[in-house]
Design a protein. Structure first.
Length: 241
């Protein structure tokens, strides 16, 4: 992959015009576009996917599916018909639901969501009764052993997987990547692009730092190019070790 192909731009917008403007500008400079809940609930998931595809973009469908096994199978079949490149489900849906999703995924990459990057240990204890590190590893194993191709997790969680025979070879997609500070940030376990790549990330999900970059950075295209350079240097440094 080229460095730019590792960037997934989060289309955390709600209108067709915003999608069109961002995809036209950024498609030559990034690998994928994330269609998430805001866009899915604003204009509809299949419509959003077709829109991104029509302007040359590839799609990571961030629907975070979580339901009973039969419903998961039917939902994933519908997604496969939309020809998304990758999509995710919650690992907490359980082994049967994950296996049903894996059987219905077609040619798409199936990613298991572990613990949201907005969670810290305190919130994780409140909700799940254990710390982040323990739960991420448990759900990663559950996802990997039941048919997921990859994981969605914080880049801070990646060192925990290093050297594990199953988890090490899975695709790693990491939100919570911050090349520069973001006002009102809700990410709690974040890293820079270079840090995430060095930790083992394959793809970086980045939203506002690209779609709403600081004035000193310039346009979304300038932001994407700057991040691709950071990734390039991190890959070169890793290769020289």
């Amino acid at each position: 992959m080229k460095p730019k192909d590792r960037i997934i731009v989060a289309l955390d917008v709600s209108t067709v015009d915003e999608v069109v403007d961002l995809v036209i500008a950024l498609a030559p400079h990034v690998g994928y576009f994330k269609v998430g809940l805001e866009l899915i609930n604003s204009i509809g998931g299949p419509r959003a996917v077709r829109l991104v595809n029509s302007f040359g973009g590839r799609v990571f469908y961030d629907g975070k599916l979580h339901d009973i096994p039969a419903t998961m199978a039917r939902s994933v079949s519908a997604l496969a018909d939309c020809h998304v490149d990758m999509f995710n489900i919650h690992a907490s849906a359980g082994p049967r639901a994950i296996r049903e999703a894996a059987a219905a995924k077609g040619g798409s990459l199936l990613l298991g969501v572990t613990v949201l990057t907005s969670f810290d240990d305190h919130e994780c204890q409140q909700v799940y009764g254990c710390n982040v590190d323990e739960l991420v590893f448990r759900w990663a194993l559950l996802a990997g052993s039941n048919g997921c191709d990859g994981l969605v997790c914080s880049p801070a969680d990646l060192p925990r997987f290093a050297g594990h025979p199953l988890l090490d070879r899975m695709v790693k997609v990491t939100p919570g990547v911050r090349p520069w500070p973001v006002e009102g940030d809700d990410q709690k376990r974040s890293m820079t692009p270079a840090e995430a790549i060095r930790a083992g990330a394959d793809y970086l999900v980045i939203g506002r730092p690209i779609t709403q970059p600081p004035v000193r950075i310039g346009s979304p295209v300038a932001a994407a190019k700057a991040i691709a350079q950071q990734i390039k240097y991190a890959l070169l440094a890793a290769a020289s070790l």
